[in-house]
Ligand binder design. Structure first.
Ligand code: SF4
Length: 365
C-alpha cells in the first residue's frame, strides 16, 4: 500500500483500487494544495516491481502494465508521480516541464474512480479476440512530437483499442480510418497503427484525447471531461510555439477544447462556435506577455473576439494565417459514422489535408 503525503489517500496494492477518501472526478479541486501525490510505483496494480520486458509483453497477466516495465512507448517509470484528484491533475500537468514529462504523468493518472475501475476491468476481462494479449489498462498518453504543427483531438481511448495497445487510436476501427487518412495527407509514416511497437511515427502532428481513459459505452461524464482538462491545457501550452492547426474529431472534443484553449492563453471567440464538419475557426495570433512555458504560469494573450473569424472550408482554399491558429471541425471516424456514410475517407482527407497545408506541416516531412 502506498501511503501518500498528506495522509488522506492511499492505494491498495493488491487490488489497484484507491482506499480512503479518494475524490471522484466531480469533486472540486481539493484545495488543500500541498503534495498529496505518490509515485507510480505505489499506484496499486500498476505498482510494485518494475518488472522486465516479459512483464510488459503479451501473456496472461491481467494487471495494468507497470510503469517503466518495457512496454513500447511507455513514457512513465515507477517514480512518476500519480494524480489521484482533479486538483492533482491540474498541479502535475502545470508543472510538467516538457511533453515527455507530461505524457508520463498523464499515463499513470487515477483521478477518476469510475474510469480507473472500468479501464482495469476491461484489461482483466478482455475481448475474446484479444484474449491472449496483455492490455495496457492505463490512461493513454498523447502521441506525437513536441514541436507538432497539427494537433488532432479525439474523444477518449477505445476500451479494446487504446486501452489495449497503449497508444491513442491504435488497434481499433476508428484508428484505421484516422491513420490511413493521416498517411494519405503526409502526416503519418505508415497507413496503419496496430500496436505501440509497430514503427508508426507522426509527422509534425500530435494526437490527444479530451479524456485519456477509456469510458464505459464511450461516454465520459462532463465531470470526467473537466477532470482531465489539465492534461489538455498543458499540451496546448507546450505546443504553442509551433502549433498552427487543430483538428477536432466530433462534438464532445469540440466542446472540451475551447475552455482548454482559453486557459492555454489563446483568444477564444464568444459565443463559442458550434461544431460542424468542415467548420473552420481562425484564431489570430495575439502578442504574448511571456513565454507559454514560463514557470510563472501560462502567458496571457489578449482575448479578442474581433480577431476571430469563421469560415467553412471552401475546397482546399486555405492560404493564409500561418502566424495564427486554425481550428477545424471533423466528424469522428466512429464506426457509426463510417458505416452510415456520414463521414467518408474523402471528407476526413479534406479536413486533415487542409490542416496540413495551413500549418506547413507537410513541408516538415
Ligand atoms: S480520465 Fe483523465 S483525469 Fe480521469 S483518471 Fe483518466 S487521465 Fe486521469
Amino acid at each position: 500500500m502506498g501511503e501518500l503525503r498528506g495522509g488522506v489517500r492511499s492505494f491498495d496494492a493488491a487490488t489497484g483500487g484507491a482506499v480512503g477518501d479518494a475524490a471522484g472526478c466531480g469533486a472540486a479541486d481539493d484545495g488543500a494544495g500541498g503534495e498529496v501525490i505518490g509515485p507510480a510505483g505505489a499506484a496499486g496494480g500498476e505498482g510494485g516491481s518494475a518488472g522486465g520486458e516479459g512483464d510488459a509483453g503479451n501473456g496472461d497477466d491481467r494487471r495494468p502494465v507497470a510503469p517503466g516495465s518495457g512496454w513500447p512507448g511507455d513514457p512513465a517509470s515507477a517514480t512518476t508521480p500519480v494524480a489521484v484528484t482533479p486538483g492533482d491533475v491540474g498541479r502535475l500537468a502545470a508543472s510538467a516541464d516538457d511533453t515527455v514529462e507530461l505524457d508520463a504523468r498523464m499515463s499513470v493518472c487515477r483521478a477518476c474512480p469510475r474510469l480507473v475501475g472500468w479501464r482495469e476491468e476491461v484489461a482483466q476481462l478482455r475481448r475474446a479476440a484479444f484474449a491472449r494479449e496483455r492490455y495496457w489498462g492505463r490512461p493513454v498518453p498523447s502521441f506525437g512530437p513536441a514541436d507538432a504543427r497539427v494537433l488532432v483531438v479525439g474523444l477518449a481511448p477505445a476500451a479494446h483499442g487504446g486501452n489495449r495497445t497503449g497508444r491513442i487510436f491504435t488497434g481499433d476501427r476508428s484508428g484505421d480510418w484516422l491513420f490511413a487518412s493521416l498517411h494519405r495527407v503526409g502526416l503519418a509514416r505508415l497507413p496503419t497503427s496496430l500496436s505501440a511497437g509497430d514503427g508508426q511515427r507522426l509527422i509534425s502532428t500530435r494526437i490527444v484525447a479530451a479524456v485519456r481513459c477509456a469510458p464505459p459505452a464511450n461516454k465520459p461524464t462532463t465531470l470526467e471531461r473537466d477532470a482531465c482538462r489539465g492534461w489538455l491545457i498543458r499540451d496546448l501550452e507546450l505546443l504553442r510555439p509551433t502549433l498552427r492547426a487543430i483538428v477536432v474529431l466530433g462534438g464532445f472534443a469540440w466542446t472540451a477544447l475551447w475552455p482548454a484553449l482559453g486557459r492555454a492563453g489563446h483568444p477564444v471567440p464568444s459565443p463559442r462556435p458550434a461544431f460542424g464538419h468542415g467548420r473552420r475557426v481562425v484564431l489570430a495570433d495575439v502578442p504574448t506577455v511571456g513565454p507559454a512555458s514560463s514557470p510563472a504560469g501560462p502567458a496571457r494573450r489578449a482575448a479578442s473576439t474581433e480577431a476571430v473569424t469563421e469560415r467553412d472550408i471552401a475546397g482546399r482554399g486555405v492560404t493564409e494565417h500561418r502566424a495564427g491558429l486554425v481550428v477545424f471541425g471533423c466528424y469522428h471516424p466512429s464506426q457509426q459514422n463510417t458505416f452510415t456514410g456520414r463521414v467518408t475517407a474523402e471528407m476526413i482527407d479534406a479536413v486533415l489535408g487542409a490542416a496540413a497545408e495551413v500549418s506547413g506541416a507537410v513541408s516538415d516531412k
